[in-house]
Design a protein around this ligand. Structure first.
Ligand SMILES: Cc1cc2nc3c(=O)[nH]c(=O)nc-3n(C[C@H](O)[C@H](O)[C@H](O)COP(=O)(O)OP(=O)(O)OC[C@H]3O[C@@H](n4cnc5c(N)ncnc54)[C@H](O)[C@@H]3O)c2cc1C
Length: 434
């Protein structure tokens, strides 16, 4: 007998579970995941009681993010912890406050020129959405030139681009999107960390799906989305057909055409999806037998451009009692991550820099996990693929098929795009009064 569902969600990463939880309030949901565990690029691994997120994984805007809004709506809100002061560790060996937290941080920081930075912040606070959008096609470098931005402020903005947009490349990072994101940070505050780590977020969505009678199946590789008369009607998984009234794919859109017949779509769209550039980089997690730093904010480095934090200083539950978990990340070009030698160099440079500023780390090291990541965020926010140039949430000519996740729709960067994209799709489906 062929199974029937109201909603079939392909992928149990954060986007799949997020949309699955929202839709489970309105019909029978089936989430299909090809891996043996949930989580995708945000999966959590337990190593001897250390709960390792997939590299540094704070949530921008926490309770007031798109993710926070959905958790609230499904009555599964969680505690988000606000980090303390952020620090920049500089190549000259000094440490200073990282000025992301508004006026006081700017006044105290050695990283930026006080007056010029305050003027810059006032200027972007006054800018409208339309003003930012006009700069979406402009690279940071072009904007620096246009606005005569002094080198020290340039350096700070490149560090911000590296962290906010996982894009340390000023020749292609979109100035408009960065300034827009930056203005949101000034307005709404910066990142938060979920109490208990990302397991808490996944559990909230999983429980909602299960409470509402939905199902999540692991080891279920969707091989094809079935389309009849220009309408998606189901999927093939492990050679079994499952019918769905609405199909939602959350796999990175670069991979969509491994499961969707290319002859159904315009060549232009297929090319755009396949060639979308993701962000890439290297992360290192360190599990330590004791805490070596009480920093509870974000840690930035200027050479190489990198950032990280100490999750166990924010939420002690993520490490065994008295022990410590540290996590760091540096963004890189995809091509460099694919090249074994360059990748090793990037890893070594990051590791050396961390050890330079945290020399006790090796003495208390219990476990170290490097990750070499060809896809961090599904889409790099750059002038060729800013918000208005990215693929949207539907494929022209195919009804009842929605595409979501962090490679389509949405504004911001990385998870922001993913969560906003999920909420867009949810609204689109609900507006059909399905
Ligand atoms: C090191 C690192 C740090 C990050 N830091 C942050 C951060 O601080 N803040 C933030 O917001 N974002 C961050 N991100 C980005 C964030 O992790 C991603 O935006 C998010 O995890 C993407 O989720 P997704 O569900 O859209 O896609 P994915 O996680 O890629 O999920 C897609 C799922 O689909 C499954 N799948 C694929 N093909 C099939 C198929 N044919 N059949 C069935 N299942 C299939 C995959 O196995 C996967 O589980 C970070 C990412 C990394 C790697």
């Amino acid at each position: 007998m062929i199974e029937n569902y109201d909603y079939i969600v392909i992928g149990a990463g954060i986007a799949g579970l997020h949309i699955g939880a929202l839709l489970s309030q309105h019909g029978k949901v089936l989430v299909l995941e090809k891996a043996k565990e949930i989580g995708g690029r945000a999966r959590v691994v337990d190593i001897n009681g250390f709960k390792l997120d997939f590299g540094p994984h704070p949530v921008r805007f926490g309770p007031i993010s798109a993710l926070g809004a959905s958790l609230n709506e499904i009555n599964k809100s969680i505690d988000f912890i606000k980090p303390g002061t952020s620090w920049a560790f500089l190549d000259d060996g000094t440490k200073t406050i990282f000025p992301s937290g508004g006026i006081m941080a700017v006044l105290k920081s050695k990283l930026v020129p006080t007056i010029k930075t305050l003027k810059f912040m006032i200027k972007i606070k006054k800018m409208s959405v339309r003003d930012f959008e006009k700069l979406y096609d402009l690279s940071l470098l072009q904007w620096f030139d246009q606005e005569n931005i002094v080198p020290s402020l340039q350096k700070f903005l490149i560090m911000a681009s590296s962290a906010i947009q996982v894009n340390p490349f000023p020749d292609r990072s979109s100035a408009g999107e960065l300034l827009h994101n930056f203005s949101r940070v000034l307005e709404l505050g910066s990142v938060y960390y979920p109490k208990g780590g990302w397991t808490t977020i996944f559990n909230a969505f999983l429980n909602k799906i299960k409470d509402n009678g939905g199902e999540i199946r692991l080891n279920e590789d969707v091989s094809k989305i079935i389309v009849e008369d220009s309408t998606a009607i189901g999927v093939f998984t492990n050679d079994k057909l499952i019918h769905g009234k609405t199909i939602i794919s959350t796999i990175p859109i670069q991979q969509l055409f491994t499961i969707l017949d290319e002859t159904l779509c315009e060549k232009k769209i297929i090319e755009k999806c396949k060639s979308l550039r993701p962000t890439a980089g290297v992360s290192i997690d360190f599990c330590l037998s004791k805490s070596i730093s009480d920093i509870n904010g974000i840690i930035f480095f200027d050479n190489p451009l990198a950032f990280g934090f100490i999750p166990s200083n924010l939420s002690p539950e993520v490490a065994p009692k008295g022990k410590s978990l540290m996590t760091f990340f540096t963004a890189a070009n995809l091509e460099d991550i694919k090249d074994k030698n360059t990748m090793k160099e990037i890893h070594q440079r990051l590791r050396d820099t961390i050890l330079r500023f945290f020399p006790d780390l090796e003495q208390y090291l219990l476990h170290e996990r490097p990750l070499f990541l060809e896809m961090v965020d599904g889409v790099e926010v750059n002038i060729e693929q800013h918000k208005f140039k990215r693929p949207g949430n539907v494929i022209k000519g195919i009804k009842k098929l929605y595409i979501t996740g962090d490679s389509v729709g949405g504004s911001g960067a990385g998870g922001d795009i993913g969560h906003e994209s999920v909420r867009n799709v949810y609204k689109m489906i609900r507006n059909q009064n399905y």
